[in-house]
Design a binder for this molecule. Structure first.
Ligand code: PLP
Length: 463
């Protein structure tokens, strides 16, 4: 026999399924009523009435058999538990940082970091602050500056690393404010708020060398560090032969610390950490952890959560997993753009973003085109997406409204949860909606809270 090597075109899910969770089918009439009862706000739907839930990729992933077995063998001691030491060893191995402070999720790590380092009048440069990061910077009186490259703000522009920071702008900011007003420089990898777009190693190095030159600490918001490593391997010269863990280790080696939400590339349902090299800062951070999270060897997590993260961090760096993960997101993006739907290009790691302004030119921004599309996806296919547009960003502190920069609908893909046929169904439903887009109506707000209104506002279609 002389069989040729087989390299399949199809990238299959690199797992088989042994525990299943039924999803519930509803009729369009049922969904019309459910959505009306939810004030036309997908956040207010009960999850059991959603067929495919793409609200977020945060904490919604499937655990592996290895994670479950680690969780059963966890140590729930209040202080000094074995589960903590396994967690600490995994974080130290991958990041190289000396001190590891567990937290219940990413924003808790941000709270500890910024309460410790930032004060009124300071500025924090980042490629793009994620909303919780911005909130913690601002809560401590500092100003959050977004310095992503211009390409990162143009949905249709193709660029391999749209998450990169504009280093000329960074130098200008340091010159303008002076190093004493800049307690840290941050890079978010991948850049969540900018469409899950990666940052190149070259950019990480450049930002790091600017930070070192000015003696400013450099932190990474590492929530999707594994996906970012995969993009570097696929797109950056010199990294084709490197493993994702080697790339991740190199990236962290240029920084002084990181904040992490284990609900993303920690492959866990809850958890996070702050990791850093500075002894003095670690001491202060641990004191604050005791106050707000718990004893520093559990930091708001159960022992079994720390086990899940310790194992999950390595699983997120598995080549087979990353190839499938990034390919399945791109696969959805290709299906939609081949049908003529305008999406943020190229697709990022964890989500596909549809440009609703393009799809629904007849709906003005302040009648919320992206909200309208997101509701139509639920009515059509039982799909829950999230609006990233004028409902989320339009309400100003003085109570007036202004259109958001972009009107996007984000389809975030939970990790290891949906199969290719789910994605095929999803694409069909989106394309079906697109072909009837002239039927979609704008919305008006009926009631809303003063801040973060998208979570609880009630709306109504404009007939
Ligand atoms: C999710 C996220 C956070 C916050 O993490 P939580 O676990 O949700 O508190 C911070 N930064 C980025 C880039 C994120 O995606």
């Amino acid at each position: 026999m002389n069989l040729k090597d087989f390299k399949s075109e199809t990238i299959i899910e690199p797992f088989r399924i042994r525990s299943v969770e039924p999803i519930r089918f509803t009729t369009m009439d049922e969904r019309k009523k459910l959505l009306r009862d939810a004030g036309y706000n997908p956040f207010l739907l009960k999850a059991k009435n959603v067929l495919i839930d793409l609200l977020t990729d945060s904490g919604t992933g499937a655990l592996s058999a290895a994670q479950w077995s680690g969780m059963i063998a966890s140590d729930e001691s209040y202080a000094g538990s074995e589960s903590f030491y396994r967690f600490e060893a995994a974080v130290q191995d991958i990041t190289g940082f000396k001190h590891v402070i567990p937290t219940h999720q990413g924003r808790a790590a941000e709270n500890i970091l910024f309460t410790t380092i930032a004060k009124k009048g300071d500025v924090i440069p980042n490629n793009t602050h994620f909303d919780t990061t911005r909130a913690h910077v601002e809560h401590n009186g500092a100003v959050a500056l977004d310095l992503v490259i211009d390409e990162g703000k143009q949905p249709q522009t193709i660029h391999p690393f749209k998450g990169n920071m504009n280093t000329d702008k960074l130098e200008a900011v340091i010159k303008e404010y002076g190093r004493d007003k800049i307690p840290a420089i941050m890079l978010t990898t991948t850049n969540n708020s900018g469409g899950g777009q990666p940052v190149s190693m070259e950019n990480v190095k450049e930002v790091s060398s600017i930070a070192r030159k000015h003696k400013i600490p450099f932190y990474i918001d590492a929530c999707r560090f594994a996906e970012n490593s995969w993009f570097i391997r696929m797109r950056e010269k010199g990294y084709e032969e490197k493993t994702p863990i080697e790339i991740a280790k190199e990236m962290f080696s240029y920084a002084d610390g990181c904040t992490m939400s284990a609900k993303k590339d920690g492959m866990s349902n809850i958890g996070g950490f702050l990791a850093l090299n500075d002894d003095e800062l670690a001491k202060k951070s641990r004191s604050l952890t005791i106050l707000t999270e718990g004893f520093p060897t559990y930091g708001g997590m159960a022992g079994y959560d720390m086990e899940a993260v310790a194992i999950g961090l390595y699983e997120s760096l598995d080549e087979g997993y990353l190839r499938y993960r990034i390919r399945s997101t791109a696969y959805l993006g290709e299906k939609l753009s081949n049908a003529g739907i305008s999406i943020v290009q190229p697709t990022g790691g964890h989500a596909v973003y549809i440009d609703a302004r393009q799809m629904l030119p007849h709906i003005p921004s302040l009648q919320y085109p992206a909200w309208s599309l997101s509701n139509a996806l639920y009515l059509t296919g039982g799909i829950r997406a999230v609006e990233i547009g004028s409902v989320m960003f339009g309400l100003q502190p003085d109570g007036t409204e202004k259109p958001a920069e972009m009107e996007l609908v984000r389809l975030a893909i939970p990790r290891r949860v949906y199969t290719q046929s789910h994605v095929d169904y999803l694409a069909e439903a989106v394309i079906h909606t697109y072909h009837q887009s002239d039927q979609l109506k704008g919305y008006k707000v009926i009631s809303e809270p003063a801040v973060l209104r998208h979570f609880s506002a009630r709306l109504e279609p404009i007939e």
